[in-house]
Write a protein of this length. Structure first.
Length: 417
């Protein structure tokens, strides 16, 4: 029988495997194409932006604005320094913001440095040109003490130059020195304060006088109990009257600083020359006073303040007064005053002093004493009534502005030392 032969087993197997392989490849490729079309890639997440770091909170300023009064100055300083001992007694902020001046020293003798501050104040209605308060804190204390609480401490250049802590009495411990200035309607007067701690309280050992107007400088010369306090000032506006530079020196004696001398600048005005001669007369230096009175008479280089200020000619009154005082001083020396009295009557151009010289002669001749002569002259100078008012007239003659008050009165004209 004829017919085709059945393939061998191996050949059939090869074809089957080849077909299966082709099918598998086609299936895989179809599957792969489906995956690309149907599945989208997941995008990468965007980075989260970082938050900006928070701004640092500024530290509160413990000082605040410059103080208006002593309480604000004390509270601000206490807050800045803290309640206990402090390593920086004069922080830069005090100097830069409040213009504070600082001083250190041992006021209580415990061997530890204490600190004082003079703090400028800014009150709404200042009563002096440079008001301030002085504060002090000892190393062992938590309390700040106040001096010149009313703001009368002075931070002018002269006031700052005196401020400090140093030995001024020769005893253990440093003294606190500062200047206070008080103003009236027309003039400001400065005085020095020197505070000493006696173990229980503060005691002012500074000068007890009325101070010096228009302070220009204040310094100490020397150390300890040998210190000499020097104050210089006195120059005012010409409208105040004739003024000149004055220096006062104070030395420590009997527990406080006392005036030991006053030096004036050269006399520019006739009025000052009269004051200098009067000072010699008041000290009983009659010969020197006669020379001084004589020198000022007809001294054309000495200025007449009244004439400059438009208040008339002041020279006749001052020269007439000088002639009268020469007569009195001559009698006080025990010499014959006849010639001097004659000159006062004859040459004087101010009638009130010419008549006073006549009255002095009358009392002196009757009783042969200077006291009697002055009593007679003073009775005349004090005459009032019938249209006369000699006291008021003399007060006008010696009115040389508010810087020279109190003015001479009729009772001063023949006053003996």
């Amino acid at each position: 029988m004829g017919g085709r032969r059945i393939p061998r087993k191996k050949t059939v197997t090869r074809f089957v495997c080849a077909g299966l392989a082709a099918f598998a490849i086609a299936g895989c490729q179809g599957s792969a194409h489906s995956s690309v079309a149907e599945v989208s890639p997941t995008p990468a997440p965007s980075p989260t932006p970082l938050a900006a770091p928070p701004s640092p909170t500024p530290a509160p300023d413990p000082l605040g604005p410059p103080p208006a009064n002593a309480a604000e100055a004390r509270n601000g300083l206490q807050l800045l320094l803290g309640p206990t001992a402090f390593a920086e007694p004069c922080p830069p902020a005090l100097v830069s913001k409040w213009k504070v001046a600082c001083a250190t020293g041992d006021v209580d003798g415990d061997g530890l440095p204490d600190t004082a501050w003079v703090v400028p104040l800014h009150p709404p209605a200042p009563r002096s040109p440079a008001p301030a308060v002085v504060l002090l804190r000892t190393a062992a204390s938590q309390e700040i003490e106040e001096f010149a609480q009313d703001g009368s401490a002075d931070t002018s250049p002269a006031g700052i130059s005196l401020f400090g802590l140093a030995d001024r009495d020769g005893h253990p411990g440093a003294e606190l020195a500062y200047v206070i200035t008080r103003c009236a309607a027309t003039i400001c007067t400065a005085t020095a304060r020197i505070q000493a701690w006696d173990g229980a309280a503060w005691r002012d050992i500074g000068p007890g006088d009325d101070g010096l107007p228009a302070l220009a400088s204040a310094t100490f010369d020397g150390a300890g109990a040998a210190s000499e306090l020097i104050l210089t000032g006195g120059i005012l506006d010409p409208a105040a009257g004739p003024t000149r530079l004055t220096t006062r020196a104070y030395a420590f004696s009997d527990g406080r600083y006392r005036l030991v001398r006053t030096d004036h600048g050269p006399s520019e005005y006739l009025y000052h020359a009269v004051l200098d001669a009067d000072a010699l007369f008041a000290a009983g230096k009659f010969e020197l006073s006669i020379a001084a009175y004589t020198a000022l008479i007809n001294h054309a280089q000495l200025k007449d303040w009244k004439k400059e200020a438009g208040h008339g000619d002041g020279r006749p009154a001052l020269e007439g007064y000088a002639r009268f005082r020469i007569a009195v001083a001559t009698a006080a020396l025990g010499l014959d005053p006849t010639e001097a009295i004659d000159a006062a009557i004859r040459d004087g151009k101010e009638q009130v002093f010419s008549i006073a010289a006549q009255e002095f002669r009358k009392g002196f001749q009757e009783h042969r004493t200077v006291i009697a002569g002055c009593a007679s002259a003073t009775r005349y100078l004090g005459t009032t009534g019938n249209g006369a008012d000699n006291p008021a007239y003399i007060a006008r003659l010696f009115d040389y502005g508010y810087a020279n008050q109190p003015a001479r009165t009729y009772q001063d004209i023949c006053r003996l030392p």
